[in-house]
Design a protein around this ligand. Structure first.
Ligand code: CP
Ligand code: NVA
Length: 299
């Protein structure tokens, strides 16, 4: 995402919005006819996996889901060898891994597009579809203030990269020791200084925000830290009191799955400000746009 220019983002947004409209009108696009997409996941997934597979199917392509544990990767076959085999079978590879380096190695070696469906470091496809949701609700994703409340995790890092390219105001409130990745932040600040800030007070981040975003306190792979994190993050809950300082009509976002009663209260999650189901739906449309733009057959 850090490599995308603002115009690249617009291409994804406009095609995803168009594909959503077309699906609503019952128009069937077949731009992936004859294309095969492989998904290799090391971590659990409901939305990302199923929306990518549904996206491929609805565009006339085929998808293959492969649990990483069932591949020879789990028995130490090198990534470089796996990539050189899979490029002979597939038109694109969608990966969900712990390691960001693993994805970058796949991408460096494979001649086919490698799509990041989440690593410990980033979740770019999620942030692309979340920005589409912001556009739907706020008319644009450039002149808005976005608050991020909670862990400086993979989602936070991808929001930072998006803000650096698109120029919207992003204020992250994270506890000491749980800040976003320093290298990601420094690179983004170099591009968008002044528009991105990290603070420790959630109320400061949310003050006047158009979009209030949160995520789980313990991400996949951090389950053993969950008890400790519950204590550290308790002041970072998105609740009615915190939402009172947001701009009138602010939306609340969560990429899901949510732990209600922890990072977000049930009443805020279920409130009219919550757009979580639209976020989840837009993953389908954005994943279609991503597959079509990267490997679609209609030019
Ligand atoms: N938001 C998201 O990536 O959800 P899944 O883990 O269910 O794919
Ligand atoms: N930060 C969360 C996002 C889940 C979609 C995780 O990595 O588990």
């Amino acid at each position: 995402m850090a490599d995308l220019e603002a115009a690249d983002f617009d291409l994804f947004f406009s095609r995803a919005i168009d594909l959503k409209k077309r699906r609503g009108q019952g128009i069937s696009d077949r731009s992936l006819t004859g294309r095969t997409v492989g998904l290799i996941f090391e971590k659990a997934s409901t939305r990302t996996r199923i929306s990518f597979q549904a996206a491929a199917a609805q565009l006339g392509g085929t998808s293959l889901f492969i649990s990483a544990a069932d591949t020879q990767l789990a028995r130490d076959e090198p990534i470089a060898d796996t990539a050189r085999v899979l490029e002979r079978y597939l038109d694109a590879l969608v990966l969900r891994t712990f390691s960001q380096q693993m994805q970058e190695e796949f991408a460096r070696i494979a001649s086919i597009p490698v799509i990041n469906a989440l690593t410990d470091m980033y979740h770019p496809c999620q942030v692309l579809s979340d920005l589409m949701t912001v556009i739907e609700y706020k008319g644009n994703c450039r002149s808005v203030k976005v608050a991020w409340v909670g862990d400086g995790n993979n989602m936070a890092n991808s929001w930072i990269n998006a803000a650096a390219s698109l120029g919207f105001e992003l204020v992250l409130a994270c506890p000491e020791g749980y800040m976003p990745d320093k290298a990601v932040l420094d690179a983004a600040l170099g591009r968008a200084a002044g528009r991105i800030r990290v603070v420790s007070d959630p109320a400061e981040a949310v003050a006047g925000a158009d979009v209030v975003n949160t995520d789980v306190w313990a991400s996949m792979g951090q389950e053993q830290e969950a008890d400790k994190r519950r204590k550290v993050f308790a002041p970072y809950q998105v609740n009615r009191a915190l939402m009172a300082s947001a701009r009138k009509g602010a939306i609340v976002m969560h990429c899901l799955p949510a732990h209600k009663g922890e990072e977000i209260t049930e009443d805020v999650f279920e409130s009219e400000q919550s757009v979580v189901w639209d976020q989840a739906e837009n993953k389908l449309h954005m994943h279609k746009a991503i597959l079509e733009i990267l490997i679609g057959g209609n030019g």
